[in-house]
Design a protein around this ligand. Structure first.
Ligand code: KG4
Ligand code: ZN
Length: 340
């Protein structure tokens, strides 16, 4: 079965065709990133306008045909309905409805955060349940237990900033531009020592729950930068060292809490998902800390960041088409909410 996936929850406009939930036939992503780089963050109005401009050409490229030529050989359409930026979500949702009506195909609404997890079903091997998922993106840091495709339990999440948001805000303090995760990761590589002389906090690393908190880390970076600037010591070398320590602090906490959750819930698989899971250091540490009893799944970086392939895969494994009236963009959907 071939499913067309559509994803427009943030600044990407993405479409993909997936066969039987696992085989990528095509995966097209257009990003408005360059237009946001000057401002150091996404401007929702600009993102949605770009998505309106790109959505039809992106879907045509994924299908390999013009929309008005013939009915494409797909069985269903999957679309992200939330969470995300409301203007952006509406572009994908309303386009999907229009195409479903035109081609008389079923439409399956998908939760963006659950969708991220399905990048792990695009691997050669299928994850087994119970699976522990870490979803770390620009807007979310969640730990979930998947007992089956339909049973997702939220174990904990960030109480303030998401891990990606922390990378982005710290990068802005260090004048490294947007998006901050890849920028900090690049800078950190220039620091060649094992340990930094600057020490940053590992917030909530010892707390007896599965929650995170990253806003204190950002404030600690802000204070350090201020002091260094006052002493005229804010230079390129310090920026690399701070980047190294920021990356170590964020990944230390993510790894510690995730491994603790896999042990408590006796997970058979560990699934990394979301833009931050593209981080090489996080991947490396997670590989070091998992034992042989657990299968660690880490999608390739292009499937970690926003794209439509996992959205279509999710729809295959949870084939729950809905009537048009029930398919509504919902910017504040939580990771546990199944859409049916
Ligand atoms: O999942 P995603 O593409 O979009 C959202 O749903 O938010 O995640 C974007 C986030 C940004 O905060 C970005 O800085 C972060 O993922 N990110 C990374 C890396 N690549 C993207 N963070 C750390 N290291 C990376 N290599
Ligand atoms: Zn995302």
């Amino acid at each position: 079965m071939k499913i067309l996936g559509i994803e427009t929850s943030c600044d990407e406009t993405a479409a993909a065709i997936i066969k039987d939930g696992q085989k990528i036939i095509s995966n097209v992503v257009a990003s408005s990133l360059a237009l946001h780089q000057k401002s150091g963050g996404i401007i929702p109005e600009i993102a949605a306008r770009e998505q309106l401009r790109c959505i039809i050409p992106v879907i045509e490229e994924a299908l390999g045909q013009k929309l008005n030529k013939k009915k494409p050989s797909i069985e269903a359409i999957a679309v992200t309905v939330g969470p995300g930026l409301i203007g952006s979500l509406l572009v994908g949702v309303e386009t999907a409805k229009g195409l479903a009506y035109l081609w008389q195909k079923p439409i399956i609404p998908i939760n963006h955060l659950q969708g991220h997890l399905y990048a792990n079903w695009l691997a050669r091997k299928e994850p087994s349940f119970p699976a522990l998922g870490l979803v770390v993106s620009g807007g979310h840091s969640d730990l979930v237990l998947m007992k089956s495709h339909q049973q997702i339990k939220w174990l904990g999440g960030t109480r303030d900033d998401a891990a990606g948001e922390c990378f982005d805000k710290c990068a802005r303090l260090l004048n490294l531009g947007y998006p901050g995760g890849p920028a900090i990761s690049q800078e950190a590589k220039k620091f060649k020592e094992k340990r930094a002389s600057i020490n940053l906090p590992r917030p909530m690393i010892k707390s007896n729950d599965f929650d995170f908190s990253f806003s204190g880390l950002k404030t600690a970076v802000l204070n350090k930068v201020k002091k260094l600037k006052e002493k005229n010591k804010f230079n390129a070398k310090v920026v690399s060292e701070m980047s190294f320590e920021i990356q170590e602090a964020i990944t230390d906490v993510l790894v510690k809490k995730t491994i603790k959750a896999t042990e408590k819930y006796e997970a058979k698989s560990l699934l990394l998902a979301g833009g931050v899971s593209a981080n090489q250091r996080l991947r490396e540490k997670m590989r070091e800390k998992t034992n042989s009893k657990i299968d660690l799944f880490i999608p390739p970086p292009n499937l970690c960041t926003d794209n439509a392939a996992p959205i279509a895969s999710n729809a295959y494994f949870n084939f729950l088409p809905q009537p048009f009236a029930k398919i509504q963009a919902n910017s504040s959907l939580t990771i546990e909410e199944m859409i049916k």
